[in-house]
Design a protein around this ligand. Sequence first.
Ligand SMILES: C=C(O[C@@H]1C=C(C(=O)O)C=C[C@H]1O)C(=O)O
Length: 86
Amino acid sequence: MTVTTTPAQLIAESRERIDAIDDRIIGLIQERMAVSTVIQEARITSGGRRVHLSREMEVLAHWSDALGKPGTTLAMTLLELCRGRV
Ligand SMILES: C=C(O[C@@H]1C=C(C(=O)O)C=C[C@H]1O)C(=O)O
């Protein structure tokens, strides 16, 4: 007996996978925010500034290399989440 998957089933199952992936991405972003906060607080406590522009350029280049221009946009949003608006 062959069991066929209908398009509606395929879509529903794939959307469940997307929701699960999104949950993992959100968790990773929250983890990134926590690590970024540790760095920023250490720098501020030792007399430095919250923002480190040359490091942010490295982060933007990393995302741009992987995902192109939308990667840069994503990285800018990530940076805003991690250190607030500049
Ligand atoms: C976390 C840091 O501090 C800030 C936050 C950054 C980030 O979230 O990637 C990058 C540079 C800084 O503006 C860092 O200097 O690495």
